[in-house]
Design a protein around this ligand. Structure first.
Ligand code: ZN
Length: 181
């Protein structure tokens, strides 16, 4: 989060386009924080993308593509790993971007398997919101307080925000049901 991974994705895909390759960029349909049809970085760099429901939808739209980009890949189902491998085996260059850990600092969805099976991995770091150091974690805040790590969180009118934090500044959430009114 805030590490520039969407911007880096777009940079790589643009280079492929300049080289005359057929490029397609996907994102999960659930991620519409900025724009339904585009991938937009936090600094405003954007590229048109195809929002898909899942792996089958994605694979069905890759015919004839040389380069397949998948943004926010952590939100896809586990089958995205085999889908990406299959596309790569078929000759496509597959570039995926995602968060390696969730706000609990647990491995995020399909990311461990993707990290293990990728030929090249670049870990980008954000800037810690607190101290300005290199940030590797995502802090989830509910009305400015660390969100609980487990248990059901009922949020009534609470401001649910995320920010980049370093290891030292990350604050764990309490394991409890929390009512925020
Ligand atoms: Zn820090």
């Amino acid at each position: 989060m805030f590490s520039g991974k969407s911007e880096e994705m777009i940079r790589r895909l643009r280079r492929a386009e300049i080289a005359g390759q057929r490029v397609v960029l996907f994102k999960p349909r659930i991620d519409d924080r900025y724009d339904a049809a585009d991938v937009v970085s936090h600094t405003g760099v954007r590229m048109s993308a195809v929002a898909v429901e899942g792996c089958l939808d994605l694979v069905s739209r890759t015919r004839g593509c040389d380069v397949v980009g998948i943004d926010e890949v952590q939100f896809f189902e586990p089958a995205i790993v085999d889908a990406a491998l299959s596309l790569a085996d078929g000759g496509a260059r597959v570039i995926v971007a995602g968060l390696d850990q969730d706000f609990r600092r647990e491995p995020f969805g399909p990311m461990p398997a993707l990290l293990a099976r990728s030929e090249l991995v670049d870990k980008l770091q954000a800037v810690c919101h607190r101290c300005g150091g290199p940030a590797t974690t995502t802090q989830r805040l509910l009305d400015g307080r660390p969100a609980p790590y487990s248990g059901e969180t009922i949020v009534v009118g609470a401001l649910d925000t995320y920010e980049a934090r370093c290891r030292d500044c990350h604050e764990p959430g309490v394991d409890a049901i929390q009512l925020v009114a």
